[in-house]
Ligand binder design. Sequence first.
Ligand SMILES: Nc1ncnc2c1ncn2[C@@H]1O[C@H](COP(=O)(O)OP(=O)(O)OP(=O)(O)O)[C@@H](O)[C@H]1O
Length: 325
Amino acid sequence: MPTSRNGGGGPPAISAVGLRKSYGGKTVLDGIDLRVPAGSVFALLGPNGAGKTTAVKTLSTLIGADGGQAQVAGHDVASAPDRVRAAIGVTGQFSAVDGLITGTENMLLMADLNHLSRREGKRVIAELLERFDLGDAADKPVQSYSGGMKRRLDIAMTLVGSPRIIFLDEPTTGLDPRARHNMWGIVRELVANGVTVFLTTQYLDEAEELADRIAVLDNGKIVAEGSAEELKRMIPGGHIRLRFTDPSAYQSAASALREVQRDDEALALQIPSGGSQRELRSVLDRLDSAGIEADELTVHTPDLDDVFFALTDGNVPTQAQEAAR
Ligand SMILES: Nc1ncnc2c1ncn2[C@@H]1O[C@H](COP(=O)(O)OP(=O)(O)OP(=O)(O)O)[C@@H](O)[C@H]1O
């Protein structure tokens, strides 16, 4: 289930139109459009080298775009980078965590950068270290931390400045399942406190678990965008399955419905469907008119893995391309 309840309206915390970036002759972002409502979680999903980190770096003003426009927290990234930086936190592959000093010392550096008084800094740091379960390790050098602890410290450091928008670049890559779940809990907590989260990930389950909206980035282009459910409906493979215990009801249903695939042994019928309410209603109406009741009805949609492979192998279904426009 997505983390926030704000998947739709509201002013955008992040927006981009036609964002472009090349390195040498290589186009990395090929004109991407994004809109992330405040208080929502947006996942940029893509395989290695798709351009996810480049998108985060561009939106967080770490590098300049070659074309297009982007606004973050209401400020233009090109003309007001300082204002953007004051409103955001960035963690991930280029994190500011220094391994040679302790967790507390890393946090103190962030408190200084954010101009907190010594007293206020110490209060905030103690609270964050506790919240991220780093209290016991606070006075040990960070190089002795596990991967999960380093990621947690990275986020805690970002939160010293109380940003309203946080970019998480592959927050769980390389973490074990427990640490991944911890990280998901942290993201949920951030969003419950009203923070907008822009995360990049290679993991479909992560995008599905956390994000209100998911954009699939492939070769620098957004090839599809929507909720996990919307994305699943973009590719074929979904169906409605009806199961019967009464063979005569099964036979009647098979004749009453169109395009059915029969499984005579299981007394089950499969009808191709994108899983929409309209399609489901049409099947139920036909059964009702014929006076038939199924014993079991299930709707199967392709999983996000199917979507990802269908969309990122260079063979994007027309329907998905249209939906992405
Ligand atoms: N500073 C740079 N100079 C030249 N090429 C770069 C630079 N940064 C990134 N690239 C190239 O841009 C492409 C996209 O890189 P990017 O790091 O944005 O992808 P990514 O989707 O984040 O991948 P990953 O999941 O592997 O981190 C890659 O081919 C990469 O080699």
